[in-house]
Design a protein around this ligand. Structure first.
Ligand code: GDP
Length: 476
């Protein structure tokens, strides 16, 4: 997720703005690797955009002259006067403006956009000028917006904000406490995030390859499928460290010119089988499968046509859904089914669906690896599933579909006469597509109603081949 850092001298209201942006349902993520407890990250949503906000409030030391009513986070840090003096020294040593510590500086470093906060009531301050100059010089490649905080009155706010043009950024009057202007601020930030990300996306597009994990019980034909796909041109890519023993990756270009990476959990067994002849008894390693699934975009779950779905396949299916991966079901050894007619696949599909309900959205491909039947169809269908997993739908269409769902079936009314209301819905993420429902009270939406909305969404916006997620958030 793109990161947005909030910076400014102490006491301008960074933490208040952070809380305003994060909303009520804050899940504070302290434990990202490499992140110390001094920095507070949280996931935030605005319209159809999801990002991480970083509050640097906790990492800016509070000089004694400004310590009254200082940022809550600075207090929790417990920096007394000695610590403050040290922090100022550190900042100077690192060539940073006074009041910006190394920690804050690295948060800014990581961010795609920066919200620079100043105090509209106090006016321009020498530290503001310092920070502005530092941002202009060192971070000109980022999107920087200037939030003039404590402007409760919109009219007066414009005047207060006008003072800050001298910092070299366009000032936006806001009030973190009342919320005035914060919508405009976020519109501005998100518009820029989107265009910065689109630039990144274009850069990545060319490098993009689809990672397909070939998963299934031993002996269902995983290796045979791999060989049929890749044939003699097989090149073994160096295994990713940490997974060395668990899977072999093969990279190749498909008939459509697209680059594929096949993650093959069978390859190892095949090698081992050379050493220990007749090792067909090897059992399924769920752990090995899990590692491969985690690294993939799409999972090809291979089953043996004669055995159909077994208990172990069901276990794998649950993992695939839980990990949010796209999936296709490959019914291999289709040649072994006798007396096929036009109805065979229909009956067969019913059976698979019945036994693998958790993957009800996954397309099915019937193959014969030994006869080379429909093998390339795997790549086609997997490509589609991979694309669906990255698909975004517009907020307008989404809300239309949701409104329709509600008009067809209203949320239940509690005994106390309370009723759930959906304010709006937005797609917050892809891989897998994730939708956030902003509602009056998430508790008023029981499981069966959520399932109903889920189903309605699926029926109307599709997403074949990928799981989708619905999140329900109370908005007060
Ligand atoms: P893996 O353990 O899943 O990698 O399975 P293998 O690829 O080693 O295949 C196990 C056995 O099934 C081998 O004897 C294959 O020749 C056979 N096999 C694989 N695919 C097919 C198929 O589509 N039809 C038939 N009839 N046999 C197959």
């Amino acid at each position: 997720l793109p990161k947005v850092a909030i910076v400014g001298r102490p006491n301008v209201g960074k933490s208040a703005l952070f809380n305003r942006i994060a909303g009520r349902n804050v899940s504070i993520v302290h434990d990202e690797p490499g992140v110390t407890r001094d920095r507070v990250y949280t996931r935030a949503f605005w319209e159809d955009k999801e990002f991480m906000v970083v509050d640097t409030g906790g990492v800016v030391s509070v000089p004694s002259s400004e310590s009254q009513g200082s940022d809550a986070l600075a207090i929790t840090r417990g920096g007394g006067p000695v610590a403050v003096a040290q922090a100022l020294k550190d900042a100077a040593a690192a060539g940073l403006p006074a009041l910006i510590e190394r920690q804050a500086a690295s948060a800014v470093e990581e961010a795609l956009a920066i919200i620079f906060v100043v105090d509209g009531q106090a006016g321009v301050n020498a530290s503001d000028l310092d920070i502005a100059e530092w941002l202009r010089k060192k971070h000109s490649n980022k999107f920087i917006t200037l939030a003039v905080n404590k402007c409760e009155s919109p009219v007066k706010g414009l005047l207060q904000a006008a003072d800050f043009w001298c910092l070299g950024f366009t000032p936006i009057p806001v009030s973190a406490i009342s919320g005035t202007g914060t919508g405009d601020l976020l519109d501005d930030v998100c518009a820029h995030l989107t265009s910065l990300e689109m630039r990144d996306d274009l850069d990545n597009k060319e490098k993009e390859r689809l990672a397909i994990a070939i998963i299934g019980k031993p002996n269902v034909g995983k290796s045979s499928i791999l060989n049929a796909l890749v044939g003699e041109e097989r090149t073994i890519v160096s295994p990713v460290s940490g997974t060395t023993r668990d899977a072999i990756d093969t990279e190749f270009t498909g008939p459509n010119g697209k680059l594929f990476q096949l993650i093959d959990t069978a390859g190892i067994r095949r090698r081992a089988a050379v050493a220990a002849a007749g090792s067909k008894t090897e059992s399924l390693s769920v752990n090995r499968a899990l590692q491969a699934i985690r690294r993939s975009d799409v999972v090809a779950l291979v089953i043996d046509a004669m055995d159909c779905v077994t208990e172990q396949d069901y276990k794998l299916a649950e993992i695939i859904e839980k990990e949010g991966k796209a999936c296709i079901i490959v019914v291999n050894k289709w040649d072994t089914i006798p007396d096929k007619n036009s109805k065979t696949t229909v009956y067969y599909e019913d059976d698979v669906r019945e036994k693998l309900r958790v993957l009800y959205w996954a397309p099915i491909v019937y193959t014969s690896a030994t006869n080379n039947q429909r093998i390339y169809r795997i790549l086609e269908v997997a490509t589609n599933a991979g694309e669906e997993r990255c698909k975004r739908i517009s907020t307008a269409i989404l809300n239309q579909v949701v409104q329709e769902a509600v008009s067809l079936r209203q949320p239940p009314t509690t005994r106390g006469g309370k009723k759930g209301r959906i304010y709006y819905c937005t797609q917050a993420a892809i891989r897998p597509p994730t939708f956030v429902f902003f509602v009056n009270d998430a508790k008023l939406f029981p499981e069966d109603y959520r399932k109903y909305v889920h189903k309605h969404l699926r029926q109307n916006v599709g997403f074949p081949g990928t799981p989708i997620r619905l999140l329900w958030r109370s908005k007060t």
